[in-house]
Structure formats: C-alpha cells, structure tokens
Design a protein around this ligand. Structure first.
Ligand code: B12
Length: 211
C-alpha cells in the first residue's frame, strides 16, 4: 500500500491516495497507527530522499505533502479514540519550524489514547506560545522541532514557558533530536523522541493515566 500511495502522491492523484488510505485501508481493517506510521509517514520520508537526491522537484514534494495533509484530515474523521482521560496536551512546533506533519501525527496519536489535544501547527512565535499556555493551561506541552537550526528557538521556548509555568511538564520531539545528542540533559526534560508512540507512553506515565 505504501508504494501505491507514494505513486499516487507523485502523480498528484489525490483521489487515488485517499481511496487507498481511507477506503481500502479502513475496509481492510488496517489499524490507524499503521496507516499513519507505515504508509503516510514512511512515504513522506521517501519523498524527502527523492527530493534530496534531486529525483523530484520542490513542486513535487509540495504536491506530495499536500496529499498527506489531506489523507491525515480524512483519517482524522474516523480516528478511534480511547475514553477521554481528562488530560489536555498542547502540541506546537517551535518558532520558525515549518515541518508540521510529524507534530500533527503525534497529536492524532495522543487523541487516540484519550487525551484532549490542542494542536497549534507550524512556527508558533514564542510570545504567543506563552500566552496560550498561560490563558488555558494544559497538563502537558509537547514541542516539535525538525531542523537542527531551530534548536535555539526550542531553547528559547522552553525557557519562556518555564518562566510562566514552572511546573508544566515539557516533552520535546522531532527529527532534529536524532542529530543533536545531549539536548535532553541540557534542557532537563523528561523525554525527547522522534516517534509518536514514545510520546504517548511518556505522556501516560507522567500524567498517571493508563496507556
Ligand atoms: C515535507 C517536508 C518539508 C515541507 C514541510 C511542510 C509541512 N507542512 O510540514 C517544507 C517544504 C516546508 C520543508 C522545508 C524545509 N525542509 Co523539509 N522535509 C520535508 C519531508 C520531505 C517530509 C517531512 C514529513 O512530512 N515527515 C512525516 C512525519 C510524519 O514524519 P516524522 O517527522 O518522522 O514524524 C514523527 C516525529 O516527528 C514525531 N514527533 C513530532 N513532533 C513531536 C513532538 C514530540 C514531543 C515527540 C516525542 C515526537 C514528535 O512524531 C511523528 C510521528 O511518529 C522531510 C523528509 C523526512 N525524512 O522527514 C524533509 C526534511 C526534514 N527537510 C529538510 C530540509 C533541508 C528542509 C529545508 C531546510 C529546505 C530548504 N532548503 O529550504 C526547509 C526548512 C524549513 C523550515 N524553516 O522549517 C531535510 C532535513 C535534513 C537535515 N539533516 O537537516 C529533510 C530530512 C529532507 C532531506 N532528506 O533532505 N520540508
């Protein structure tokens, strides 16, 4: 299915991509987490490789990514959710960070596990992140960073949030952390990771809700 999905992405065939993931995937009873992680996420990684190697253009990457956004939106309607656990998580990309698909997928995983999620999307200016956390305090904040050149923005966000909400648990994730060892110790956060499953497990442990 991943290959067929990727091929639909590269042809810009939105209907076929949706048919595969939403209709065929659901009809065949493929778990949501598998459709998201094994089909959409890995197809996006492959798009990145093709782009990096100049096999596809920026326009084709944008087209393919727009299809994955669409697919996630359609899957969202049918997301199986555990009973609400009464805990709220805010998920946000740090300032400047335009890669928001991973954070969005992570938000969907949290929702499936019963969390109430407020997903803020790409590049949230630090003062607005602080305002959001102050005006409607969540139980946990998950910050997403893909590019290593956004690590200074991550440090800034962590410091600014801690200044107004010192007891709010912070989790940090995204591709950049794979290339930046030592960030967890430096920031003193309980978890950093590049996978939504790890995020869900840690959120459940920290907030003392069953997984
Ligand atoms: C699509 C894409 C873009 C789009 C993003 C659009 C959007 N709406 O998101 C656009 C065009 C904006 C873009 C821009 C750039 N990109 Co880009 N992009 C990609 C691409 C192809 C796919 C990203 C994606 O959708 N992944 C799918 C998600 C679902 O996968 P995931 O991130 O693994 O998801 C998991 C984790 O992120 C985690 N997670 C996320 N948040 C959190 C939070 C917590 C707390 C936890 C625990 C976990 C967690 O959970 C997710 C689910 O399991 C990647 C390739 C790749 N390998 O990812 C390159 C890639 C990331 N980009 C790259 C580059 C270089 C850039 C640019 C610098 C290009 C340029 N010269 O302008 C810019 C930088 C933009 C910026 N300022 O941020 C490189 C980075 C290489 C590097 N080593 O630094 C990559 C790897 C491509 C490549 N192979 O060269 N990009």
């Amino acid at each position: 299915m991943r290959e067929a999905y990727l091929s639909a992405q590269l042809k810009g065939n939105r209907r076929e991509a949706l048919r595969l993931v939403v209709e065929e995937g659901l009809l065949r009873g493929i778990p949501f987490a598998t459709l998201q992680s094994e089909v959409i996420r890995k197809a996006q990684w492959e798009i990145g490789r093709l782009w990096q190697e100049n096999i596809i253009s920026v326009a084709q990457e944008h087209m393919a990514t727009a299809i994955s956004q669409l697919a996630l939106s359609h899957l969202y309607r049918y997301l199986p959710r555990d009973a609400p656990n009464g805990r709220t998580v805010v998920v946000s990309c740090v300032e400047g960070e335009l890669h928001e698909l991973g954070a969005r997928m992570a938000s969907d995983f949290l929702e499936m596990a019963g969390f109430d999620v407020r997903f803020l999307g790409a590049s949230v200016p630090v003062e607005h992140l602080v305002r959001e956390v102050k005006s409607a305090p969540p139980d946990l904040l998950a910050l997403s960073v893909t590019m290593t050149f956004h690590l200074p923005a991550l440090r800034e966000a962590v410091a600014a949030v801690r200044a107004v909400a010192p007891r709010l648990p912070l989790l940090v994730g995204g591709l950049a952390l794979e290339w930046a060892p030592g960030v967890q110790e430096e920031l003193g956060v309980p978890f950093i990771g590049t996978d939504a499953r790890g995020l869900v497990a840690t959120a459940c442990r920290l907030l003392e809700v069953p997984e």
